[in-house]
Design a protein around this ligand. Structure first.
Ligand code: FMN
Length: 194
């Protein structure tokens, strides 16, 4: 089910407020994933796009999160925008971004990040920084004078929420919380106790 325009508008308004308030990295969200057997892990990723299908981020499919999302395509993400006193939480299902759209986004990244994507076996043990830098040099040589293509293991995911919560800081911890939940094919909104 698609996000409602109201939710997208609320998110964009809150995002803008965060930026205006001086939040240095408002696209950062803490993404929680699970192996499907009760092990939950979390880490920060950057939001790269938002549309009615959801919230898009990119990562390595062989990383801990990538493997967990392949096994259990559900996730939760939290934005903390301290400067504007806002938290946004998302919970829902996760699906892969198309290869074409992922290629298109990868092509916009700076060359150093493109090379880094090839060089990093994200989340695998690394014996030394020298090994990583050697791998970077090898990739640089391999792609010398030509375009760096997207590694097949570098992918995009869309978190398509079934629940979105906006939390706004208010005096005396009497904060405002608004929850949007998908119910029978439509989005319901309610206020929650802080
Ligand atoms: C501010 C910030 C932004 C990050 N953005 C991303 C990102 O967009 N994609 C990503 O794969 N890792 C990103 N990372 C690194 C992850 O937090 C994490 O270390 C890495 O993805 C490995 O996570 P995993 O082993 O749980 O899969 C970011 C880290 C920070 C601190």
């Amino acid at each position: 089910m698609s996000l409602s325009q109201e939710i997208i508008d609320e998110f964009n308004k809150a995002f803008k407020k965060a930026r205006v308030a001086g939040e240095t990295e408002p696209t950062a969200m803490v993404l929680a994933t699970s192996d499907g057997h009760g092990l939950v892990t979390s880490r920060t990723v950057l939001l790269k796009a938002l549309d009615e299908d959801g919230f898009v981020f990119f990562t390595n499919i062989n990383s801990t999160k990538g493997r967990q999302l392949s096994a259990c395509p559900r996730a939760s993400a939290t934005f903390l925008w301290k400067a504007s006193g806002c938290q946004v939480q998302l919970t829902g299902t996760v699906s892969r971004v198309s290869d074409e759209a992922t290629d298109a986004y990868f092509a916009t990244r700076d060359r150093g990040s493109q090379i880094g994507a090839w060089a990093s076996a994200q989340s695998a043990p690394l014996d030394s920084r020298e090994t990583l830098l050697r791998r970077v040099r090898e990739v640089e040589e391999q792609y010398a004078g030509r375009e760096v293509l997207r590694p097949p293991f570098w992918v995009g995911f869309t978190l398509n929420p079934e629940r979105v919560e906006f939390w706004w800081s208010r005096e005396f911890r009497l904060h405002d919380r608004f929850e949007y939940t998908l119910e029978g094919g439509h989005w319901a909104k309610q206020r929650l106790y802080p």
